[in-house]
Design a protein around this ligand. Sequence first.
Ligand SMILES: CC(=O)N[C@H]1[C@@H](OP(=O)(O)OP(=O)(O)OC[C@H]2O[C@@H](n3ccc(=O)[nH]c3=O)[C@H](O)[C@@H]2O)O[C@H](CO)[C@@H](O)[C@@H]1O[C@H](C)C(=O)N[C@@H](C)C(=O)N[C@H](CCC(=O)N[C@@H](CCC[C@@H](N)C(=O)O)C(=O)O)C(=O)O
Ligand SMILES: Nc1ncnc2c1ncn2[C@@H]1O[C@H](COP(=O)(O)OP(=O)(O)OP(=O)(O)O)[C@@H](O)[C@H]1O
Ligand SMILES: C[C@@H](N)C(=O)N[C@H](C)C(=O)O
Length: 418
Amino acid sequence: MDIPKLYELYKTHYLVTTDTRAISQNSLFFALKGENFNGNNFAEKALALGARFAIIDEETYQTDERMILVTDVLQTLQKLANYHRKQLQLPIIGLTGSNGKTTSKELIHGVLQQKFKTVATKGNLNNHIGVPLTLLSMTPDTELGIVEMGANHQQEIAFLSSICEPDFGYITNFGKAHLEGFGGVEGVIKGKSELYDFIRANHKMVFVNPADPIQMTKTSDISRVLFDLERIQYVGVNPFIQLSLDGQNIQTQLMGNYNFPNIAAAITMGLHFGVPTDAISKAIEGYVPQNNRSQIVKTAHNTLFLDAYNANPSSMKVALENFAALSATHKTVILGDMFELGEDSAHEHQAIADLAASLHFETIFLVGKNFHGVSTSHLSFEDFESLKIHLSKHPFQNKTILIKGSRGMRLERLVELL
Ligand SMILES: CC(=O)N[C@H]1[C@@H](OP(=O)(O)OP(=O)(O)OC[C@H]2O[C@@H](n3ccc(=O)[nH]c3=O)[C@H](O)[C@@H]2O)O[C@H](CO)[C@@H](O)[C@@H]1O[C@H](C)C(=O)N[C@@H](C)C(=O)N[C@H](CCC(=O)N[C@@H](CCC[C@@H](N)C(=O)O)C(=O)O)C(=O)O
Ligand SMILES: Nc1ncnc2c1ncn2[C@@H]1O[C@H](COP(=O)(O)OP(=O)(O)OP(=O)(O)O)[C@@H](O)[C@H]1O
Ligand SMILES: C[C@@H](N)C(=O)N[C@H](C)C(=O)O
């Protein structure tokens, strides 16, 4: 079946699912193949559970006339998403960057939905499957789309941009994330800049933080809207960020001064699209981070700055510096390994251990194989279990503790131990 015909089926309900564990009635089920399962196996079940059609790519599974055989289900999903995007008469903002994509996206969504019917990426479903699903969740009612794009290698942002065809682009920053797949920092800059390449080639527009020299250089030949840092001013952290918009105070629920550009981006887009300033402030003040992203957790014994969602050398550095600048007593840091750094891994772990040591925290704990290999006078643990045993014998009391590590370290497991 060709894409326009499939589109006619999709258009009756504008619903797509890929998972029988969460089927929407009347949806089109796309039988993806993954690391654990062959989605073709679930096509029958999807129909039984209420999907209208199942898109499959293995003939042996074609047991029902509502099964549509295509050459490649994933490619079909991506092509359908792009076809849909072309029909949608609405502006789409595409954003990427090394750090702060999801936080920025949530803030932008919060601000723009004050005026428009917006659809934004759910959570961080930002890859070659998540981006098509985000586009296909937009309907003719949608007035504005916000699409987060993630990548860990070259040409990925170019591909995602070609599917989502953004009218506006925003890159949060270039950092030392996924160095292995991108081939070092220069590779990150090149790979993330594929969004700028798309915007430039298609004569669209970007939003840019004027305080970020490299973004300024990379966008010098693109039509751009700069953050107005006269109107949007950083005030301080207490530990949550305070800022002002046109002289009016905004008290956020976001800790970490590194979140200031994320907020400024959302305000800039709100101003650009004509959202009233009081509605912008309300949206920013109402946003509460989720999923262990820069959250403050008070346990019976300690105060935790829980930043265990992910980590890389750039976000570790700003998190440590922000924590060091806070006024709190008995400051302690527990840092977990940073992944996907390739040949830079040993050097980057050493640099972070050295930085932590220079910031005069009361206690520093390092955990994971990579940190265990660095030269340090601080306690390091080869794995989570060893740290757990240590903490059970020497529990922390009355500390303010920064917890940060890569997703795979799952340092949120510390909450119940602290
Ligand atoms: C394919 C798929 O969507 N898988 C999801 C599924 O995984 P599961 O463990 O079930 O196994 P399979 O993948 O093998 O399943 C194949 C299909 O079978 C379906 N199925 C399975 C069992 C069943 O009973 N019924 C079924 O219908 C199944 O639904 C599959 O369609 O479920 C998991 C749990 O919900 C999902 O986690 C899994 O999702 C995969 C990982 C996925 O890619 N999902 C996208 C929607 C997505 O966007 N995920 C984001 C990725 C965020 C991220 O890490 N971004 C990076 C950059 C990414 C670079 C890119 N190159 C990459 O590697 O992805 C960044 O730095 O920002 C997310 O996970 O949050
Ligand atoms: N502007 C920023 N600069 C540096 N670090 C940041 C910035 N914004 C957020 N972070 C750090 O990144 C963590 C994850 O934030 P967020 O999920 O928004 O980023 P992301 O780019 O979407 O990550 P991922 O690609 O893994 O989904 C935060 O908890 C914080 O530690
Ligand atoms: C969670 C994933 N998008 C990510 O940021 N990975 C890095 C390597 C991490 O786990 O911290």
